[in-house]
Design a protein around this ligand. Sequence first.
Ligand code: F3S
Ligand code: F3S
Length: 109
Amino acid sequence: MTYVIALPCVDLKDRACIDECPVDCIYEGERSLYIHPDECVDCGACEPVCPVEAIYYEDDLPAEWSDYYRANVDFFDEIGSPGGAAKVGAYSFDHPIIAALPPQNTDLA
Ligand code: F3S
Ligand code: F3S
């Protein structure tokens, strides 16, 4: 099981979640962040700090965002398991379903 980052993160990338993750398993793409499904230890620390409620335990993912489970998992198909996001930095690509989204309204107000 894993936590998943969904649509509200896209084009916003608040990054508050990164500071909470004890295993540094939240990786940055061009328009969104992604939680590594094998490196995540299901601690739940990231979920409450996201200001736009983009993070969900996989069983609690809203139905309209069910595709984001695969997006978070498949993002790592070619990356593998680096064992820490800080050392690899931001990737310059996204999962196809996120890359295909129109620009998102990132106004928090
Ligand atoms: Fe994104 Fe929320 Fe983290 S907007 S970067 S999931 S704090
Ligand atoms: Fe990391 Fe825990 Fe979230 S391991 S991705 S802070 S659930």
